[in-house]
Design a protein around this ligand. Structure first.
Ligand SMILES: [Zn+2]
Length: 490
């Protein structure tokens, strides 16, 4: 008995030591958490089970969190609190066309944390640290085997830009968040960057590090935007919990730079013609919170007056049909629109960066999950004036993704999923952005990455590389179409 006890004690001691050692591996992004998801489930309802008005009510009035959706079904996270509502029970829990696809969210999250921790430790061990890591080149060995937290991601991009000084500019701050994190930016495509001329000069920025309106007025007056080198614009991680978005953007950017250095003709042609402006983590406070507090957090982290609930959904806050449906005016909702259009620092930083990138010919907001390529509009069932062309570019991306690893993405109008307003991709294409865009219309896409709901936001890190590879193929296909067929005009 004593012997067995001692062996048990020894094993637990060894386990504790191993865990402590894991935490000490330098550069390993280890998730921590203060929020649990006990008694929470993911319920999938067929689209026929929920009329649009019912879905709208679930999101905007009953605070139900939509995890993912396709044309066929919608995945809803039902907590103990939301399940207490008679309406939610009637519409979802007791609905025979709805079924539970994740019985225990807490278990799924805990299991994903163990996988990430092990992957991060292995990944960091491959890299080593200090001089070894610096000598390892632009992308450290094993980097895409694990997800990376805010600070590690920032260091990754700094190092990446330093590795390609003629092609990449790292902007330490394009605006500051409520929690005083700097939103960093990247410009790929060589010198000729308007952005560094703006963001390097504090006198051109407001107290949040966002360029003053005069800067753009002066640029519009002194520069022929129609003749300037155009841009493609990417945003990643506007929704905090969609970790694959951050990882895919790291993969796409580093692969573009590597391909350019090897003179791959399609990529050389792309950067001869275009700059690529990127906000790698559009919502730093939210993203950091998913690593240290609540893995399922989506919004930013601002306090809301008169409510104990924090956060605005930055992707419902843009000044494009803001507040006209498909978002909530309740601060506790995951799709809370904020107190006014463009009220959030992240929204304003994103818009200013877009304006510094203009003319922008195409913009992608990278999300997860559901495997969708969404084009305008989210706010109206009408076709946009560029519907045929937008659909064609979407189809090119869809085919490129399928040809890489056989994954099936759906190419559709955003509203075919469910109505949304105040989103980044509608703003990119919409009338406000077009006013700043030198006579061009920026194609606007929301891409929802892997998967279709088996893991949802908790996509295992082993899927980072294949998701990155197929997304890279989609980016090249999109660029091919732009280069061959030219931009869209306002
Ligand atoms: Zn999202």
């Amino acid at each position: 008995m004593i012997g067995r006890f001692s062996v048990g004690l020894l094993l637990s001691l060894l386990f504790a030591l191993a865990s402590a050692e894991q935490l000490l591996v330098p550069g390993a992004s280890i998730p921590e958490r203060s929020v649990r998801y006990d008694n929470e489930q993911i319920i999938r309802c067929s689209s026929s089970a929920l009329a649009p008005a019912a879905l709208e009510a679930l999101i905007t009035r009953h605070g139900v969190d939509i995890w993912g959706a396709t044309g066929e079904h919608v995945d809803l996270r039902i907590t103990e609190q939301t399940a207490a509502s008679r309406a939610v029970r009637h519409m979802v829990v007791d609905n025979t066309e709805c079924r539970v696809i994740v019985h225990d969210v807490e278990r799924l999250v805990a299991s994903a944390e163990r996988v990430q921790t092990a992957a991060a430790v292995r990944s960091a061990a491959q890299r080593g640290d200090g001089e070894d890591a610096a000598a390892a080149g632009p992308v450290p060995a094993g980097w895409f085997d694990a997800y990376h937290d805010f600070d590690s991601t920032r260091t990754f991009y700094q190092n990446l830009a330093q590795s390609y000084p003629d092609m990449a500019t790292f902007l330490p701050s394009i605006g500051k968040t409520h929690e005083s994190r700097s939103i960093f930016g990247l410009v790929l495509g060589g010198s000729n960057s308007t952005a560094s001329a703006i963001y390097d000069q504090p006198e051109l920025l407001d107290e949040h590090g966002i360029p003053l309106e005069e800067v753009f007025a002066e640029r519009a007056a002194s520069e022929d935007l129609a003749a300037a080198k155009p841009s493609i614009f990417f945003q990643c991680s506007i929704h905090a919990r969609e970790w694959i978005s951050n990882a895919v953007c790291q993969y796409v950017l580093s692969t573009l730079l590597d391909s350019h250095s090897r003179r791959v003709p399609a990529v050389v042609e792309l950067f001869d013609r275009y700059n690529l402006y990127v906000i790698p983590i559009t919502n730093p406070d939210g993203y950091a919170h998913t690593w240290s507090g609540d893995r399922m957090w989506r919004k930013n982290r601002v306090p809301n007056a008169g409510s104990t609930c924090r956060g605005v959904d930055v992707n419902r806050n843009y000044n494009d049909h803001w507040g006209q449906g498909g978002s909530s005016n309740l601060p506790c909702s995951d799709t809370y629109m904020g107190t006014a259009a463009n009220s959030e620092l992240e929204t304003r930083a994103s818009i200013a960066f877009f304006r510094s990138a203009s003319p922008v010919h195409l913009a992608i907001d990278w999300h997860a999950y559901s495997q969708l390529i969404l084009r305008p509009y989210g706010w109206s069932t009408s076709d946009s004036p560029h519907e045929a062309r937008l659909k064609q570019i979407g189809a090119a991306m869809q085919a490129a993704i399928r040809n890489t690893h056989g994954m099936s993405y759906t190419n559709q109008k955003s509203i075919e999923l469910y109505p949304t307003t105040g989103t980044a991709s509608d703003w990119f294409y919409g009338s406000e952005a077009t006013r700043y865009n030198g006579g061009f219309r920026s194609a606007g896409y929301t891409i929802e990455l892997r998967d279709t709901g088996r893991y949802g936001f908790l996509l295992p890190p082993e899927q980072i590389l294949p998701t990155g590879e197929e997304s890279y193929a989609a980016v090249l296909a999109m660029a091919r179409d732009l280069l061959d067929n030219g931009p869209m005009y306002a």
